[in-house]
Every structure is written in C-alpha cells, then in structure tokens.
Design a protein around this ligand. Structure first.
Ligand code: SF4
Length: 236
C-alpha cells in the first residue's frame, strides 16, 4: 500500500508522506510556511503559531498538524497572512526588541519575519516588560528582554545536549525561561559548544566575543529574505 498522501495547498496539489506534518510536506515541495519555534531536528512544539494555516477552513499549527488525504490548506490567503502578521506584531510588543542595538540584527528570525511581512512598526501598544539579563556565564549571554518563548533552547538542551539547562517556569504573562541552577547561568552545566546555544531565533541567547564578526548589512537576512532558500528549491 502506498504511503503517499495527496492534499492541496493554495490550490496546488501536493504529495506528502504518512507521518509528515503539513509544514514538512510543504517544505519538501518548495513551499515555505513561515515559522519561529519550529527548527529542523527539534521536536515540533506548535507554540509560536506563526506557521498557522487554515485546514478545511480551521486554523491549525502546520508544524504539528499531520498531513491527511484530501485536506485543503490555505497558507497564502489574506486571512492567514493577517493572522501571522498579528502574531509577529504581538511578539514584538510583548518583549523589548530594539533591533538597532541588538547584535543579532540581520541574523534574527523575528526581525527577518517582520521584513517578510512588511511590518515597519507594530500596531499594538508596547508592553515594555521589566526583564533581566544574565551575563554570569563566561561564554554565553542571556537577555530575557528578547526572548519570544519559542522553546528551542529548552528542547535542544534536553533532546540534543542530554542536559536540562533551560526550561519554562510560571504561566501566562509571567512565563519565562529559567535555568537549572539556583540563580545564574554560570552555575549550570551549559557548555559553549552545546546545541542549545545555537538555536535561539532572536538575540536572547548569544555567544560572547563573536557578536560583530560579520558586520551588520552583510548578515544572513541582510542578503536574502527568510524562507527564500526553500522557495528557491521550488523554482529549480
Ligand atoms: S531564549 Fe531564545 S531559544 Fe530560548 S525560548 Fe527564548 S527565544 Fe526561544
């Protein structure tokens, strides 16, 4: 029996495989679905909702929703784009993101997503939360002001590094990333070579002493829009 699953994205017939998510099947077909918490190699989390699509008219996170025979998926419709724009907007205002002073600028997926969606400035009011910075570790710096709670560091530390350096604590507006030590990152077993130090989509977890090795203006998303690598594969 074939494990091919036929479904439709934005009017295009796609073949997925049993066990694939909509996001994975779309990507294999050269269709980029925007995402922030999702990263290849990490367990899907479905938390940021930037990858929202409409499946038979209902909003679903495409990074966790499996493909199914005959489903009709909307990813590029104006309604879906507006949902994503609003989510990105909210991520900006609920943290403290000052791109011009952030050493992740040009490599930041949140910033790149705002450019992709044409968001020059958020439409929601800024929250300006009071959050801390942990610079105690000799090699790694954590700035909670920029954290978007994507959970990549939590999953990478747990599943790839076999540690448990990061995890979420508290709930709702108080939810935040904490470390497995009494107070400071320096008291954990985090190593600079850990995968958890590489996966942050924003400038919340940064390596020290490498910040401006590549000048602003010559960085990943300064050169190419986010998602263009996947879309380029479609046109080949
Ligand atoms: S510190 Fe970075 S990787 Fe970890 S949850 Fe926050 S944004 Fe995501």
């Amino acid at each position: 029996m074939s494990d091919t699953i036929n479904f439709i994205i934005d009017g295009v017939e796609i073949q997925g495989r049993e066990g694939q998510t909509i996001l994975e099947a779309a990507e294999a077909a050269g269709i980029y679905i925007p995402r922030l918490c999702h990263l290849k190699g990490l367990t899907p989390h479905g938390s940021c909702r930037v990858c929202t699509v409409l499946v038979n008219g209902r909003p679903q996170a495409s990074c966790t929703q499996p493909v199914a025979e005959g489903i009709v998926v909307e990813s590029e419709s104006e309604r879906v784009q507006q949902i994503r724009r609003d989510i990105i907007d909210m991520l900006f205002v609920e943290g403290n993101h000052f791109c011009m002073f952030c050493e992740k600028s040009g490599n930041c997926e949140l910033q790149a997503m705002a450019y992709r969606f044409g968001i020059p400035t958020p439409k929601f009011p800024y929250q300006f939360p009071k959050r801390g910075v942990d610079a105690s570790h000799p090699d790694i710096f954590v700035d909670h002001n920029r954290c978007i709670l994507c959970g990549r560091c939590v999953r990478a530390s747990r599943d790839l590094d076999g540690k448990h350096v990061f995890d979420f604590v508290d709930r709702g507006p108080h939810k935040r990333v904490a470390v497995n030590a009494e107070a400071r990152l320096a008291d954990t077993n985090l190593d600079a070579s850990d995968k958890a130090t590489e996966v942050c989509p924003v400038g919340a977890i940064l390596r020290k002493r490498v910040g401006y090795a590549v000048p602003v203006g010559k960085r990943l998303y300064d050169e190419k829009p986010i998602g263009s690598d996947i879309e380029a594969a479609k046109t080949k």
